[in-house]
Every structure is written in C-alpha cells, then in structure tokens.
Design a protein around this ligand. Structure first.
Ligand code: PRX
Length: 635
C-alpha cells in the first residue's frame, strides 16, 4: 500500500510491557482472558446470547444472528426490548432508584446530582412533551445542546417512545447543523439558549435560528434555559423546556420495540461527500455497549465513572448515556472547558467526586502536558483505579505522562479503538492484559480483526495494512440512514465479507494491534472526526472561492490540523486578510473545530485525469516528502 505521510509512527517495542498489579487482577471481572477470547471466537452466538441474558427483554429473541441478507446483519431477531427498559425502568424496583445516575458540574461551579428515580421522572415527562409536539415512533428528533443533563434526558425520552434521535455536536455550526436537520427530516429540534465553554458562551439557539432560516420542515424548537441570556424567538414554533415540562406527566409507557428497531442516527464524516448518518438499533447496541463497558472498565456499583467525551459523539452516546445507565453506575458529567479557569479543573473534579475511572482523549492529555505535571500532582487523585483513552492514536509519551502523573503509576490505561460505525470498543485492553503504550492491544471477545494488504491478503507481523473485521458483532451500525447502498459500498465492498474500517494498522508478533491512522479523507482533529469534503464545501460557499482542497497534517497537540488550498474566483486577489476571512467563514459555517490552520492560495490543484483532487500529493508536498506514484496525475 502507498505510505501515508500523515501518520504517527508507533514504535513497536516488545520490551515495553506494563503488567497489571495483583490488586487489579484480583478485582477484574475476567480472570482468564485467553480462555474467554477462545470461547467467544469459537461460539460467538452462544457468547453473545449469554451476554444478552444479562439484560431485560420483553420477549426473548428467536435467533441470535441472521446473516441471510449480509451485510445487513440482524441480531436477536424476534426479541422485544427497549434500551430505556434496561437503562432506567428496571432500576426503579431496586434500591438503584435512589442511587445517583449523574453527578453534573457546570463550568460556573453549579452542581446537580440526579438519582435514577428522578431521571426516570424527567425522561417520562420529556417523552410526553415530545409526544405533545407530534413526535411518533420512528420520527427523527435533532438534539443540539450543551453538556447539560437535559441532553441525555432528551435522548432517553426519544428512545422511550421509539423516536430516533440525531444528536449534533454543540461545536458544529450553522451549515453542519442545517445539513443534518434536513437530511434526517427532523420536525423537532431540542436545544439550549447557550452553553458555557472555556469562559465563553456558545450561542446555540442563535445557531439553530440561523440554520432554520434555510429550507426546513421543523415545526417545533424546544429550548432549555442554561445561560439566561436573551435569545431570538419564533412564536408558535419555539417553546421553553421548563414551561413545556411544568404540566407534563412523568407517566409514560416505554415502547416495546423490535430488537432491530432504530435507536438513533449519528452523522459522521466519511470518505467522500456529505456526512453519513450511521444507524444503530435497540437490541444489539444495548448488548454490545453494556458488555464492553463492564468487561473493559470493570465497573461496579461503587464506581464513579467519568467519560469526559461530549455526548454529541459516539463515545458519549455509548459510554455516557446508554452503557453506564444500563450498568447502573454513577457517571460524572462536566459542562465546560478542561482548563477553565485553571489547568487543574479536571483534577479538582476527580478529587471532589472521587472519580475511580477516567476515560478521555489523547488530545486532552497532550493539552494538559503543556501545563506541567504539577497540576495533577497537586490534587488527590488516589480514588482513580483505571484510565482510558479513545479517539486517536495515543503517542507513547502522552501515555506515559498520563500513567505516571494522573494514574500515579498504578492505573492501567484502556486504550480503546473503535468507531461511530462499531457502536462500542473493538480493539481494547481489559485490566488483566499486559499493556504496551500506544497499542490498543487485542480484539475484544468475539471480534475477529485482521490486517490485510491491497489484495486482501493477511499482512505479516509488523507489516502495515488495512484494518478489517471478519465477522459481524451486535453493536455494528446496521446501515446508513436513507442510503443502504452507500453503507454496502463504503464498508463491505472493498473486501467482500469483511468490514473495512478505513484505518491503517499493524499487528506485532504478540498479536497486539497498533493503529496508524485514517487512509481515507477523514481528518481527526483533536479526536474529532471531520471530512475533507465538508471543509471544502464550506470554503467554496464563500463568494471569493472557486475551488478548494483540504488535507490533514500532523500536529503535536491536536493529532492533526487542517491545511487548505484555495483557488480564487476572478476578481479576487490573495491577501492575508482574505485568508483570515476564509478561516473565519469555515468556523462560522461548520464550527470552530473545523477552522483551518492555514489557507494557502494556489493557481492549480493536483488532480487525477478524472478530476479528483490528489490530496495525497498535497500532503506529501506540504511535508517535503516524496510524492509517490504520480502516473495518474493529470499533468
Ligand atoms: O481512526 C480511528 C480513530 O478514530 C476513528 C473513529 O472516529 P469516530 O467514529 O469519531 O469515533 C471515535 C470514538 C470511538 C477510527 O477510525 N480512533 C478511535 N479510537 C482510537 C483511534 N485511533 C487510535 N487509537 C484509538 N484508541
């Protein structure tokens, strides 16, 4: 395969092993990893059926896996369930009802503790609000909120009545939000007046209003008051959350759904064109996220779990909302910026709430490293017993810093590799596996991963290739909403019978996997997934731009950063002011995370004879690397 210049080189070192302590091994749910892994590989359906038995079902499934219409696999066929039954309802008849589901802290220091019982009432009320707004089973609801408890409440309320939520990350802006509202044909949007992030207010309602000035079918906007600042209002369309909730009944029956009924769609950037809405279902997704969370992070009743991701991305869906609630643990949610007002904000929260497991992104760790180890060291982090990493490769330096300075040298780091498409952890340590900094170790139980070359032949140890998955798993996305053919093309056509991940990787002689990075047009900026196509389309929506190309280049802090190349329309001259205006324009249309680091004006872009921009060549040029095979270049 062609070497991708945009990648972090993992160092495969067989000597650098971190063995779990006896205390960690004693506490671990899985004692014999090899035996469990062998059993799940040999009897995947029996393995998953046994996991599913741990959850509640209205009606048991007839068939664990139906492969008759592959790649449109079905799990727990004939089963009746609802993720809310397991996440909320079944705790109500146990002492869990009084246990805390969410410990929330606002950036301004305000706090809320929400017990499972209260969560049930709030979800029931909001489900009735949605019904009164005309939402029925199968309808899509767009949720665009800050990190407040009402975000999970809104998601759960949708799930409860069988509606399909589409959460749009609060860091996205007008164009990105509008595209997602339209594509999902949502009639209802749930938002906040604003969100506090790093001392600033993100004007969420204003962004919704701007998005809804464009074509749309939205009849209701429900707005949660968080900042209290003045917002625009459209009479008849807009209602306040607190007013709608005032008279709503907490009684609302949880809809008994088919295991394969949709739970949510989540838009993510793909290799080409507009973002894809990956669709996840109630049954398989529940079983998969619940199982992975319990085995990998070994959560118990007395744990304080903090997944510091945003609920607007898959990590938050699976491991802030659904799996922790099904597992009945207490989760911490923090609203704001990690270093606001000081670089020890996170460590203060760990100290204050006695967080026992912290799961976050490498980019956050690299951000903390800049401020020095004294910030975590000056806080009491002795409550921590496990750490986790997700979203991008973690460089061994950041791994070791996290391990020593946050984990005090005693907390194993679960470096979990997975994707929006996979629903839950796929390649991941468990507490009993020896660790190698920078490696996600080995595939989870029942996951058959293989690295192959261009021809689909298995790579030799340490040889770089494409990461593929050989067999279906319950948490897999079932389709792309509204575009089943694209689902088949993107994930299943390249190597028939296998799921293509879009990542390059290596497996070492010990069977440990090392993720290298994306091989498609996805750029991971600070762990956030963005598409070159979206950035380019934001650029060409500016009147001065005729054509644009975006690439990701390695960045010490953010993993990758966006570089763009722009051809101007006649009558426009390159200038530093115009470059800055274009950066701002992308920020306004897509969101601050998509703002390019650099806008370079060019007269031409390298293209194939069929007119496709060769981003690989741009990347190589930008880094002064060999440009590789240029036989398909236009000139
Ligand atoms: O490139 C891999 C990277 O993130 C991609 C998936 O992004 P997204 O769908 O936004 O989901 C992120 C959270 C699950 C993957 O294709 N990635 C994710 N986790 C890791 C990772 N790369 C290396 N190591 C990881 N632990």
């Amino acid at each position: 395969m062609t070497a991708d210049p945009n990648r972090t080189e993992p160092k495969v070192s067989h000597a650098d092993l971190y063995h779990p302590s006896d205390a960690v091994k004693r506490a671990a749910r899985i004692k014999d990893w090899e035996a469990m892994s062998r059993y799940a590989a040999d009897h995947p359906e029996a393995f998953w059926a046994a996991r599913a038995e741990e959850l509640g079902w209205y009606r048991k499934w007839d068939k664990v896996l139906d492969s008759s219409n592959a790649p449109f696999y079905k799990w727990f066929v004939g089963g009746k369930c609802n993720v809310v039954h397991n996440a909320i309802d079944r705790h109500q008849s146990t002492p869990k009802r009084n246990a805390i589901a969410y410990l929330w802290q606002g950036e301004d220091g305000s706090e809320r503790a929400i017990a499972y019982g209260e969560l049930a009432r709030e979800v029931g009320k909001f489900a009735n609000v949605l019904k009164a707004s005309g939402v029925r089973k199968g309808d899509r609801v767009t949720i665009y909120m800050g990190r407040v408890p009402e975000l999970p409440i809104a998601m759960l309320a949708c799930a409860k009545i069988g509606a399909v939520h589409s959460v749009v990350y609060g860091g996205f802006s007008v164009d990105a939000l509008h595209g997602r509202i339209q594509d999902s044909s949502s009639k209802v949007v749930v938002t906040c007046d604003g969100a506090f992030v790093s001392g600033k207010v993100v004007e969420l309602k204003q962004i919704v209003d701007d998005a809804l000035k464009r074509e749309n079918g939205v009849t209701r906007v429900i707005c949660f008051k968080r900042t209290g600042r003045e917002v625009g209002w459209v009479e008849g369309r807009d209602v306040w959350w607190h007013e709608a909730m005032k008279d709503a009944s907490p009684e609302c029956a949880t809809e008994q759904l088919d295991a394969e009924d949709p739970l949510f769609i989540l838009y993510t950037s793909g290799s080409t064109g507009k973002p894809k809405a990956l669709l996840h279902t109630h049954g398989g997704y529940s079983v998969y996220t619940y199982t992975t969370l319990r085995y990998v992070f070994d959560l118990r009743d007395d744990d304080r779990w903090w997944c510091a991701a945003d609920p607007g991305w898959i990590t938050g869906h699976s491991y802030i909302v659904y799996a922790p609630l099904m597992a009945g643990v207490t989760s911490v949610i923090y609203e704001g910026g990690p270093t606001y007002p000081q670089p020890d904000r996170w460590w203060k929260i760990v100290e204050q709430y006695k967080v026992s497991v912290l799961y976050c992104a490498p980019t956050a760790i690299r951000g903390f490293m800049r401020f020095g180890p004294e910030w975590p060291r000056n806080r009491d982090l002795s409550s921590l017993r496990l750490l986790g990493s997700v979203g991008e490769p973690i460089n061994p330096e950041a791994w070791k810093w996290f391990y020593e300075n946050v984990g005090g040298g005693r907390c194993p780091i679960m470096d979990t590799w997975w994707q929006t498409e996979t629903g839950g952890f796929m390649i991941t340590p468990t507490p009993v596996l020896p660790l190698k900094p920078g490696s996600g170790t080995r595939p989870f139980f029942g996951i058959k991963a293989e690295i192959v070359n261009e021809m689909g032949e298995p790579c030799k140890p340490d040889e770089e290739g494409y990461l593929t998955i050989l067999a279906p798993w319950p948490g897999m996305a079932r389709t792309i909403y509204g575009d089943a053919e694209r689902y088949r093309q993107t994930y299943w056509n390249r190597y028939p019978g296998r799921y293509f991940t879009g990542d390059s990787a290596r497996m070492d002689a010990d069977g440990y996997f090392w993720i290298i990075g994306r091989v498609d047009d996805v750029i991971k900026v600070s762990g956030y997934r963005l598409g070159t196509a979206e950035v380019e389309s934001a650029l060409v929506s500016h009147p001065a731009v005729a054509e644009a190309a975006a690439i990701g280049l390695p960045h010490e802090l953010r993993g990758n950063t966006i570089y763009t190349y722009v051809i101007l329309r006649a009558g426009h001259e390159p200038s530093p002011e115009l470059a800055e205006a274009l950066r701002q324009h992308v920020g306004k249309e897509m969101g601050p995370i998509a703002k390019p680091e650099k806008v370079e004006f060019v007269a031409k872009l390298p293209k194939t004879r069929s007119g496709k921009i060769m981003r690989r060549v741009l990347k190589a040029r930008a880094q002064g690397l060999p440009e590789g095979d240029l036989t398909t270049l236009e000139e």
